[in-house]
Design a protein. Structure first.
Lengths: 372, 261
């Protein structure tokens, strides 16, 4: 294959087609509507199911039904739409079905705006839906990574009978850059031994998330937890940049991580020994790597496009092993590399307090808006 | 002892349909869910489609419908059965997909999903149990509760000024261009049960023939939450519900009109 100039949303949609997705159900919402539009012509073209649902609530429940047949299925949405899907996502998790959902995150809360944001970290990584379940969450920082992680999401969802999210943001969804699509894979014909397909020559099968017997529900909760520990053991993915000799460490995912890399390169040009850890799986989170880096770092800087949702996880993991600072932009504002470079200068020039609340310190030095 | 010759001729007049599992019922005495289940299972046997059927159970008293049918089944979230059925049918168009839903599930929380499934002409069959009350949660007002009817959340009776009017789903869905067969029947006496069975058969025949969305609304009893005996419940359907919910054919695709079973 050759590299082409591709928009993130179209690229993720076509990557799913080439990964053998058999059904897509969705509802228009900016900044991911191009996925729906692409699927609306591409899926019929290759003889697969496409349906524009009447709402995100309907879309996720169509997906729930389609997943019960054992086929490779997906939907996509953006933050407010994903909020509407939370009921269905919990049912899908409770029924232990493999489902892929792309969330192209936008500014919130509420209607918010259509600009890039990472405000869905808590909604996706730490739940949203009711009950005990653990989704796999992949966070791309480029169009190429969005393609690769979309394909991976299907494989992981099926391997662990799990929800797998691709949590992109508006910029990954909307920007164009050179990337390479995978070869077209044949559609998987075989169906898993739990799939509901009509009881032809076999015992009937029932797929449900109801366990009125509390002990069976407890066993189900425990099974999901055990499976999650398998995911944590096998599937943690991250990218390391300039960390070998780094005295200062930045942690950021997705677009925030990519912008931080520009700042790290600028600082390296000045001779500052700073590196970047970019979690690719934000769930499971590369906790051991963050903990190890904290042991040798003079200070750590967490950069996000939200109010510090991942920061809470980093604080829990680092447990005071090194001082932590935070820098965030919110509500659809994307940080410039210079802003992060300024933060790097600050933590390298003056000692960072090992105590106190890094979010509070950031609030005290931060002015929201860009002079508006 | 000679056991090779039997002089007694047994004629079977009543057996459990093979599409119904041998499972003790969890439904209350006098509830007509059991009758509806049996009719559906008899039709699966008669049409020979048991192995092709995929059912979608609702939330409500019939949440455990899947326990009784010897077919593949899934369990939907409250009101979402038509969406789930859509997902299944779009991937397995040669299977027979049906939802079994009560009035709270279909006409209240699931109004969006049922309307759009009908609007799309989704080729599924819906069995709609209308007993004018929420059963599983203990007798609250439903969208189908009759004017003046007392429930645990309309203790002085449904006042249409503040609580609105009953919703007539069969009439509403028959207006949709995508629907192929929409009728209302009742389960209050043997004659009406036979008519209900014929309607359910026609609804599944409509799906097998690809005629679009089909629904049979069944007026049903809920003695436990109505607070009357099973026998009084059947009379209540006949005397109170039928005048509000007429037993009619609201939409019959032309090719179904002449079908004989």
């Amino acid at each position: 294959m050759t590299r082409e100039l591709l928009e993130g949303n179209y690229a993720m949609a076509e990557a799913a087609v080439r990964a053998g997705v058999e059904a897509y159900f969705g509802y228009p919402i900016t900044p991911q509507t191009e996925i729906l539009e692409w699927m609306s012509h591409r899926m019929p073209e290759v003889g697969r199911a496409f349906l524009q649902a009447e709402s995100e609530v309907a879309a996720i429940n169509m997906l729930y039904g389609a997943a019960c047949t054992g086929a490779r299925v997906m939907s996509s949405s953006s933050s407010p739409g994903v909020s509407l899907m939370m009921e269905g996502l919990s049912y899908i998790a409770g029924t232990e079905l493999p489902v892929v959902l792309i969330d192209v995150v936008r500014g919130g809360p509420g209607l918010g705006n259509i600009a890039p944001s990472q405000g869905d970290y808590n909604q996706i990584v730490h739940g949203g839906g009711h009950g005990d379940y653990f989704p796999i969450v992949l966070a791309p920082a480029s169009v190429q990574e969005a393609i690769d992680l979309t394909v991976l999401a299907f494989d992981l969802a099926e391997k662990y009978r799990s929800l797998a999210f691709v949590m992109a943001d508006g910029s990954v969804g909307q920007m164009m850059e050179p990337a390479e699509l995978p070869e077209m894979r044949p559609v998987r014909k075989e169906r898993p031994d739990w799939a509901v397909t009509g009881a032809v020559g076999r015992e009937r099968r029932i797929l449900s998330s109801i366990y009125l017997n509390v002990e069976l529900e407890e066993k189900t909760n425990f099974r999901l937890l055990e499976r999650w520990y398998e995911v944590e053991k096998n599937e943690i993915r991250y990218r390391e940049y300039y960390l070998d000799d780094a005295e200062f460490v930045i942690v950021g995912f997705g677009t925030a991580g990519r912008i931080a890399l520009s700042a790290v390169r600028a600082a390296r040009a000045e001779g500052i020994k700073v590196g970047l850890l970019r979690p690719v799986t934000v769930s499971p989170f590369p906790a051991a790597q963050v903990a190890e880096l904290a042991q040798k770092a003079q200070a750590m800087l967490v950069v996000e496009m939200n109010t510090g949702q991942m920061l809470n996880d980093v604080l829990r993991i680092v447990k005071g092993a090194c001082p932590i600072e935070f820098y965030g932009r919110m509500g659809g504002v994307v940080p410039y590399p210079d802003e992060i470079l300024n933060e790097i200068h600050r933590i390298t020039r003056e000692p960072v307090s090992p105590d106190g609340d890094p979010r509070l310190r950031w609030m005290q030095r931060f002015t929201p808006g860009r002079g508006q | 002892m000679d056991t090779s010759v039997s002089t007694v001729k047994n004629q079977t007049v009543y057996i459990r349909p093979s599409a119904l599992t041998d499972t003790p019922s969890h439904y209350c005495p006098g509830c007509t869910h059991g009758v509806a289940h049996r009719l559906i299972a008899e039709i699966f046997d008669e049409m020979g489609i048991r192995e092709k059927v995929i059912g979608v159970a609702p939330v409500g008293c019939s949440v455990f419908a899947y326990n009784y049918f010897d077919t593949d089944f899934v369990e939907a979230a409250h009101g979402r059965a038509p969406a789930m059925a859509t997902g299944i049918k779009r991937l397995l168009p040669d299977r027979v997909v049906f939802t079994y839903q009560g009035d709270g599930d279909l006409a209240s929380i699931g109004m969006g999903e049922i309307m759009h499934a009908a609007g799309r002409g989704e080729n599924i069959t819906v069995i709609f149990i209308n007993n004018a009350i929420y059963g599983m949660t203990g007798g609250q007002m439903a969208p189908t509760t009759l004017p003046g009817q007392k429930t645990s959340s309309s203790p002085s009776g449904r006042d249409v000024e503040t609580m609105g009017f009953p919703i007539h789903m069969a009439e509403v869905l028959a207006k949709m261009e995508g629907s192929g067969y929409i009728v209302r029947r009742s389960l209050h006496d043997p004659k009406n049960i036979r008519l209900a069975k014929k309607a359910i058969r026609t609804a599944f025949e409509a799906q097998v023939r690809g005629l679009g969305f089909s629904m049979v609304e069944l007026l049903s009893s809920c003695p436990s939450n109505w607070g009357i005996t099973p026998l009084e419940s059947l009379k209540w359907i006949e005397e109170k519900m039928v005048p509000v919910y007429p037993l009619e054919d609201f939409k019959v695709a032309p090719t179904l009109a002449g079908l004989k079973f």
